[in-house]
Design a protein around this ligand. Structure first.
Ligand code: ATR
Length: 280
């Protein structure tokens, strides 16, 4: 009998991760004999974990803060998304090589495909924020065919670095320009931590958004952020960020456990009730 496949999510700290709940639900649902666990590994021990994967102790795993760049540096090969984004969130072995992939852009697009019909018809996007999530989302928007992407960020140099990375369809702006860019945006994406429980809200006047404009957020606690609420009031179609978390998990599950899992309403409810219990 083959060994039970084992996968992990590695971070430091890792206590907040919802990944064990997501993968645990799928393992149960599909009756798969597999194990998925959260492991707390400090940066100085990360290389040893990669040795264990190469030795067959693990089928692979998810990588989160602060290891995404180290995983990029230390893998034998990258998938196209990881190469474009410069960070790895999913590890697996393929033909004796340790491969680093990035499923965040896939998660972003798959969420909108499921819940924000028409988003692929947009041509211009305004991306608020220039951190790691922003990088993945800009890649996803370019893949979806967006012709122009404006990044507005508090620290304009970070936006400029991203614009330089992604080429001439992407332009960098300071935070003060965000409101003026709304009138030209078919899709507005918050990738900052503003609006997250315990953080200040993202306050933008969305009144000048063009007709048919849409908005989405990477923050999912609360599910309806102040930004999404004001977007809905201004008449924009909106989509919350929980689905990005759920969908980014699916490709890794398929690699390690051999079945591409479904993101459905039942899974959303399980994660939502866990979030409600933790944040009560
Ligand atoms: P992640 O990898 O999750 O995207 P990050 O790299 O810490 O996280 O990026 C967080 C983003 O939220 C950044 O764009 C940050 O702006 P800076 O680059 O100027 O730090 C943005 N952000 C956080 N707090 C903010 C605030 N109070 N006002 C405006 N932007 C904020």
């Amino acid at each position: 009998m083959a060994d039970t496949p084992r996968a992990f999510v590695v971070g430091h700290p890792i206590g907040h991760s919802r990944s064990p709940l997501i993968h645990g639900e799928w393992l149960t649902r599909y009756g798969i004999d597999g194990v998925y666990s959260a492991i707390d590994v400090p940066p100085q021990n990360f290389a040893a974990l990669l040795v264990d994967i190469r030795a067959g102790k693990w089928a692979g795993g998810n990588v989160t803060i602060p290891h995404k760049e180290a995983a990029f540096e230390r893998t034998d090969r990258h998938d196209d998304a990881a190469e474009a984004i410069g960070a790895v969130n999913t590890l697996w072995m393929e033909a004796g090589k340790l491969v680093g992939g990035n499923t965040d852009a896939y998660g972003f697009s798959a969420n909108l495909d499921q819940r924000l019909s028409g988003w692929r018809d947009g041509e211009t996007a305004l991306v608020l924020g220039a951190g790691g999530a922003s990088r993945a989302i800009i890649h996803a928007l370019l893949e979806a065919g967006y012709k122009r992407i404006d990044i507005a960020n508090r620290t304009v140099t970070r936006a400029e670095q991203l614009a330089a990375r992604f080429g001439n369809k992407v332009a960098a702006h300071g935070w003060a320009s965000a409101e003026a860019l709304i009138s030209g945006a078919n899709l507005i994406v918050n990738t900052t931590s503003l609006g997250m429980e315990g953080q200040p809200p993202l306050e933008l006047d969305l009144g000048s958004a063009p007709s048919g404009a849409m908005a989405t957020d990477i923050v999912y606690v609360p599910l309806e952020t102040p930004f999404l609420k004001s977007a809905a009031v201004a008449g924009l179609k909106t989509c919350d960020g929980l689905g990005m978390l759920l969908h980014q998990a699916a490709p890794g599950f398929a690699r390690w456990f051999g079945h591409f899992p479904e993101v459905d309403e039942d899974l959303r409810k399980i994660i939502l009730s866990d979030l409600a219990a933790v944040h009560a």
